[in-house]
Ligand binder design. Structure first.
Ligand code: FMN
Length: 76
């Protein structure tokens, strides 16, 4: 939830992001470079930047909201 909040705030500023827990596999290597305090370890990284719309990589569409969410009751 913390990451999601940061990601949503980034979108509000026009930025995109990509959280990556795979960085945790390399926490010892990263620690050799950034020398964190003993009580901290790298758990997750997040790439942040502006979308490059000229890149022709595969893009993954999002499922429509109605496919994944059911609203119950009357919010009004
Ligand atoms: C908490 C979290 C950790 C993630 N870690 C990785 C990761 O280590 N490696 C990876 O390829 N994708 C990881 N992902 C998925 C990517 O962030 C991203 O969602 C995925 O590459 C698909 O891109 P898209 O969501 O823009 O379509 C993670 C997602 C979340 C929410």
């Amino acid at each position: 939830m913390f990451l999601q909040n940061v990601m949503l705030l980034l979108r509000a500023e026009g930025l995109h992001s990509c959280p990556q827990m795979a960085w945790a596999n390399y926490r010892k290597t990263v620690a050799e470079i950034v020398s964190p305090p003993d009580e901290l370890m790298l758990f997750c990284g997040m790439s942040i930047g502006y979308e490059d719309v000229t890149v022709q990589e595969a893009r993954y569409p999002r499922a429509p909201l109605e496919d994944t969410v059911t609203f119950l009751g009357d919010a009004g």
